[in-house]
Design a protein. Structure first.
Length: 382
């Protein structure tokens, strides 16, 4: 059987001043068209369906239209709550939705009742924290991993191919850290735990999921291979400047009767892409194309230009952000070593070079010395 693996729709999210619901609706229709064209047996949505626990009516309407279209096409949808979702909002009318082939999991124990499609059992595990697992299972756990392990011990006996849909941070077999993006930020874990967290979600070892033939994961916005049979498909479209240039495609999984999973990637063109343009303002304005893209502009002008955003919007109607490369040079300022005291004038010279990309001239240096001397009485020290 074959299915489409989606995650991190974040319906209702905005990109700076722009509402992305039109982009989201377009993407969902593209996904459904692919499902029909490839005769897929199901569509999986691995959490973060909405961007907030209180989604707008417009965001709910976009999801409702998509689910109704899937029901009309007789394509089952298997969906779980992510860390951005409200279980109550997502599970509303879930019993009614199930009659149309839409299966929504919002509770930990939902994973124990698999949805079977063409001989494959799909176990739906919504986002869990250590506290939520303790509440669901009625006992305390020392870690999130211990709670997941305890929950999995209650799974029914495996009878055939088994797929897990989960919205958690699962460490790749490669050992490389996962790359966050969009709404998620990487942070160190609290004291006493190893590793790191992304978007408030602690990491889990891959070994916890040995009993599944495919891991349909959600939470990481960049497509990531966790192991030979586990993927984060990535968010279907881009939400921020740091995601410009990243690939976006649809991930389709096929599972044979023995449980062996294979994946294929189907590129698709979003309604509006996110691009980062760099150069002087005049160079950027002369760049061809991108009239229909969300444009982030990083200016390399040495002097501040007048009304750069107004001029960008006249050329690129969906311009979303403008900044100066010299302002990002703050990291170039050297930090003093322990016990070292840098003179104010020397610090200002470093600041001048980092911000403007050039050394101070003699006239500028003499002026700065006079200012420091007047302010502190130390401006003439070398």
């Amino acid at each position: 059987m074959k299915f489409l693996h989606l995650s991190d729709l974040h319906l209702g999210k905005r990109l700076r001043e722009y509402d992305l619901l039109e982009d989201a609706s377009f993407m969902l229709q593209e996904a459904l068209s692919l499902a029909k064209r490839e005769a897929l047996d199901a569509i999986l949505v691995a959490g973060d369906v909405y961007d907030t626990g209180a989604p707008s009516g417009a965001a709910q309407k976009v999801l409702g239209t998509f689910l109704a279209d899937c029901a009309e096409a007789r394509i089952p949808v298997l969906m779980i709550a992510g860390n951005h979702d409200s279980s109550d909002r997502l599970s509303y009318l879930s019993e009614f939705a199930r009659r149309g082939g839409v299966h929504i999991a919002t509770e930990a124990k939902d994973v124990l009742a698999p949805v079977s499609i063409k001989g494959v059992d799909f176990h739906l595990l919504p986002y869990q924290s250590r506290a939520s697992l303790s509440l669901a299972l009625g006992k305390e756990f020392s870690s999130l991993g211990e709670g997941i392990s305890s929950l999995f011990s209650l799974l029914p006996e495996k009878k055939g191919p088994r797929v897990l849909i989960a919205h958690q941070l699962v460490l790749p077999s490669s050992g490389k850290p996962l790359v966050p993006g969009g709404s998620e930020t990487a942070l160190p874990l609290v004291a006493g735990e190893d590793g790191y967290e992304v978007g408030g979600t602690g990491n889990l070892p891959l070994s916890l999921f040995d009993g599944f033939d495919y891991l349909a994961l959600g939470h990481i916005h960049k497509r990531t291979k966790v192991c030979s049979h586990g993927y984060y498909p990535g968010a279907p479209f881009k939400f921020e400047r740091d995601e410009a240039g990243q690939e976006r495609d649809f991930l389709v999984v096929e599972i044979d009767g023995e449980g062996k999973a294979s994946v294929r990637f189907f590129p698709w063109k979003p309604l509006h892409d996110v691009v980062l343009l760099q150069g002087t303002l005049e160079e950027i304005l002369s760049t061809e194309g991108h009239e229909g893209d969300y444009v982030f502009a990083l200016l390399e002008d040495r002097e501040r230009v007048e009304e750069p955003m107004r001029r960008l919007k006249a050329r690129f109607p969906l311009a979303a952000w403008v900044g100066y490369r010299r302002m990002e040079g703050r990291a170039l300022l050297s930090s003093p070593k322990a016990g070292e005291r840098k003179e104010p004038l020397l610090l200002f010279e470093e600041f001048h070079k980092a911000m403007l990309g050039k050394e101070m001239g003699e006239e500028e240096r003499e002026y700065a010395k006079a200012v420091f001397h007047e302010a502190t009485g130390e401006g003439d020290r070398e």
